[in-house]
Each structure stands twice: as structure tokens, then as C-alpha cells.
Design a protein. Structure first.
Length: 460
């Protein structure tokens, strides 16, 4: 009876989630920012200056309180302010741009995706052979969702590279999947056929999955790999004209950090590993880690096992449940380790990098979550404006900020600095051609013709 009840809870929760998503999409069509209060606006990378046309182009990412992208804003929701740094002498130290100064505005669907490097860390532990809420094995569901994720990347275009990296901790009877630099460097274009073949190869290994879930070490390895300052693919030189790539890790796991095998000081060891990871993440703020838990949430586990509270990682195998034969007594039951997903740690990892933490019970939900991660990674507004003429001296330095205002709520970005390298915009090609022909005509009229007349008079 308990199992039937929990299945009902899970089914209802799944339908509520889908209905909520449908309502959100419908509402977004009529009122794009409905349900999403803007909490953060950020100018991504360094503003690009087109010295020939005098244009400056910004990439802007807008998020709500849950770090989810806000992608339905309109041009009138944005205001740009140009200032000179403190200490510069200028009568117009700060200037808010008029609408006429905005030359081009694109929403995230219209803007060309920025270059991106994505590492998908895929839990390859033995528990991934278990079935999800739809009856599909978790590994099959995850691989199907990643395949759809790749198709979505390919449809968007742009320069996006992706590496699928399985991980698990081996033991006496299991070699596991150790994460190495060569595996992390196994990038492919999302549209390449090689990526599909690799996913098929992983699918063929699904029956032999084994080992425990080791979360922190693979993540640390991936962060250090993408954060390598000497690798110009991920960190272009400051004087490079190449756009700054987006660096992201997607962590998909159905378990918890479980490599201590019942050691007496297991909680202390786990806490130390987690703290070491957070300290590392603070050194690489350019890297985001989206986390995706695959399985039952603590709330669903509570319903399934009729618990008096949400289970935590400390409760695996020793959770108290109500004894229906004796209402005044609690009975000890066991939650299989394969069913517990450490939602709390996954959320903490994502939030530490300003990313999204999601939870899914089947392949369909996994695919939806990966699409949301994609929006968060590549969903940026692009704004181009003409540098104000009274503030465009050669070599002058400027700070630009973006304010986003919706429903009376206004959020301003931090200022980004750029240097204006030109005195005036280059003339259009047609105008340059006219000037060139005019100069030739003047030379002919006042140079060639008088010379020909003079030479003829000498001969005569």
C-alpha cells in the first residue's frame, strides 16, 4: 500500500510539474517576463568595439532568483549608461543612451550563440542500471537525453564543443571509470556523427556498469582542466580579438559521494572533500557547474517509505518509519543506497557557481532540464550601440552598465570597461569612391590638362 501511495505522489508531482511548465510557456508568449522576476544582469566578457563603424556590442545575461535565464525580455526593458572612469576630466562624465543610439538588439534566440566548451560528467556507477520512474534504465534515459541535448546544440549552430565523460569509483571487482585529461579533452562538435557513435558505445556498456559514485574528484579534475590558464582554447590572451568562450560542466548523477565504505569518520571526510571543492570553485569564477540529480527526491523518498521527515545522507540504511501495527512505536527500515541522491550537495555545487540545480525522475524530465541548462549557458542578449560623439576621443576609456527594468523592478549590472581606439568612423565605401573620383577629376583638371596645354605650346 505504501508503494502504491508513493507511486501516486510521484505521478501527481510529475503531472503538476509538466502542467506548470506548460502554463509558464503559454504565459511567456503573452507576457514574456511573467513569473520571472529579474534578480541579476551581467555583461559577459569585454565589450567589442567596431572601430570602422564606431559600434560597441555587448552580450548580456539576465537571471532570476533561482539562476534561471530570463529570455523573454523586450528592447525597452534595457537601459545603457556610458561613463568615464573616475579621475577623467569630461563635462559629460556619464550619459544615458537614447533609443536612437541603440543600433541593434537581439534576444537570446536571435543572437548568434557564443563559443562554448561543455563537459558532461555522466555517473557510470552500478546504480545507473536501475529503472527510473518510467521503467527505463537510468543510463539509457540519461544517454537518450544527452543525445537530444546534442541535437539541440547542433540546431542552434555556433562554435560549441562537447565532451561526454563517464565516471565511477572502482573496487576489488570493478575497474570503475577514472577521469583523465585525455577523456576530458575528447571534445566533438555537437553536429558530428562521432558523438552519436560514442553515445552508442556507452549504451553498449550499460549492462556492465559497476562501482560507486565519486562526485568531487571528477568535478575537481574537470574544473582544473577547463581553468588551465595556458590553454588558449579556454582562456584567450587579453590582447586577442577572439570572443571569450563560455565554460561549463554538467554533472549528472543518481547518487551521492560514497567512496568511504563505512569508515568511522566518513562524515568528516565527506565534508573536507566538499570544502576543498568549494575552495577550488572560488578560483575559477568563469566556470559554471549545472547539476542534475536523477532519481527520487527526499520528498518522494519520504512518501515512498512513509517517513516522518525527509531523509538525509546520514540516514541511508537507518531511517525511522512509522510502525502501522503499533502507532506509538517507530520501526527501523532501510533505504537502499542506490535510491538516495544527494540533492543538497548538488544544489550547493550549482549555487556556488551561479548555475542551476535540477532533479528528474525520468528521461523526458532529464531532456527538459538539459535544455534549460543550455538556455542558461548560451542564452544571452546582444546589444549594439553607437559610441556618443562627444565622448569618443582616441584611446579614451569608458565604463558601460546595463539596467534591466521589469514590472517596476530594476537591476543594474556591474560596469565593464572598454577602450575606444578611433577618432571618427570610417566613411562608407560609396562615399570613399566618390571622393576618390573627385580627386582624380581635380588632378586631371588642374594638373594634367594645364600640363598638356603647356607642352603643346612649347612644341608649337
Amino acid at each position: 500500500m505504501v508503494k502504491n501511495c508513493s507511486d501516486s505522489y510521484i505521478t501527481i508531482a510529475s503531472w503538476i510539474r509538466r502542467l506548470s511548465l506548460s502554463l509558464l510557456l503559454v504565459g511567456g508568449l503573452s507576457c514574456p517576463s511573467w513569473g520571472q522576476e529579474v534578480k541579476n544582469a551581467e555583461i559577459i566578457g569585454t565589450p567589442r568595439v567596431d572601430k570602422d563603424r564606431g559600434w560597441v556590442t555587448l552580450r548580456v545575461k539576465v537571471k532570476d532568483a533561482n539562476n534561471r535565464p530570463v529570455v523573454g525580455l523586450q528592447e525597452q526593458d534595457f537601459t545603457l549608461k556610458i561613463c568615464q572612469p573616475q579621475g577623467e576630466s569630461n563635462n559629460n562624465a556619464c550619459q544615458t543612451l537614447d533609443r536612437a543610439d541603440i543600433l541593434d538588439w537581439k534576444n537570446p534566440k536571435e543572437a548568434e550563440p557564443p563559443p562554448a566548451w561543455i563537459i558532461v560528467l555522466l555517473d557510470f556507477s552500478g546504480s545507473m542500471k536501475r529503472s527510473d520512474s518510467s521503467g527505463t534504465t537510468k543510463i539509457s534515459g540519461a544517454l537518450q537525453a544527452i543525445e537530444e541535448f546534442n541535437r539541440d546544440l547542433a540546431r542552434r549552430g555556433g562554435e560549441t564543443k562537447i565532451a561526454i565523460v563517464p565516471f565511477s569509483k572502482g573496487g576489488k571487482r570493478c575497474t570503475g571509470n577514472r577521469v583523465t585529461d585525455s577523456e576530458l579533452n575528447n571534445f566533438e562538435d555537437a553536429s558530428k556523427i562521432g558523438l552519436e557513435k560514442y553515445l552508442q558505445d556507452l549504451e553498449s556498456q550499460s549492462d556492465s556498469l559497476c562501482g560507486a559514485t565519486d562526485i568531487y574528484r571528477p568535478v575537481r579534475k574537470a574544473v582544473r582542466f577547463l581553468g588551465n590558464r595556458t590553454d588558449t582554447r579556454f582562456n584567450p590572451p587579453e590582447d586577442s580579438n577572439e570572443p571569450e568562450p563560455r565554460l561549463s560542466i554538467v554533472l549528472l548523477s543518481d547518487g551521492y559521494h560514497s567512496i568511504y565504505h563505512g569508515e568511522a569518520n566518513e562524515p568528516e571526510l565527506e565534508q573536507k572533500d566538499f570544502d576543498d571543492l568549494l575552495n577550488l570553485l572560488n578560483k575559477y569564477p568563469q566556470i559554471t557547474i549545472h547539476t542534475l540529480g536523477y532519481g527520487l527526491t527526499p520528498q518522494q523518498l519520504q512518501a515512498k517509505y512513509n517517513l516522518s521527515r525527509y531523509p538525509t545522507i546520514a540516514d541511508v540504511g537507518k531511517v525511522e518509519a512509522e510502525d502501522f501495527t503499533n502507532p506509538n512505536r517507530l520501526a527501523q527500515i532501510t533505504i537502499p543506497a542506490e535510491e538516495f541522491v544527494d540533492q543538497k550537495r548538488l544544489q550547493q555545487i550549482a549555487r556556488a557557481t551561479g548555475a542551476i540545480a535540477e532533479f528528474a525522475g525520468n528521461a523526458e524530465d532529464i531532456a527538459e532540464n538539459l535544455t534549460e541548462f543550455l538556455e542558461a549557458l548560451l542564452g544571452e542578449y546582444e546589444i549594439s550601440y553607437m559610441q556618443p560623439r562627444n565622448n569618443a576621443d582616441r584611446g579614451s576609456e569608458h565604463n558601460v552598465t546595463v539596467e534591466v527594468k521589469t514590472a517596476g523592478n530594476a537591476v543594474a549590472s556591474d560596469a565593464k570597461t572598454y577602450v575606444f581606439p578611433w577618432v571618427g568612423p570610417a566613411l562608407p565605401a560609396s562615399r570613399r569612391t566618390q571622393i576618390f573620383l573627385s580627386v582624380l577629376g581635380l588632378l586631371a583638371m588642374f594638373g594634367v590638362v594645364p600640363f598638356a596645354i603647356w607642352a603643346k605650346s612649347i612644341k608649337g
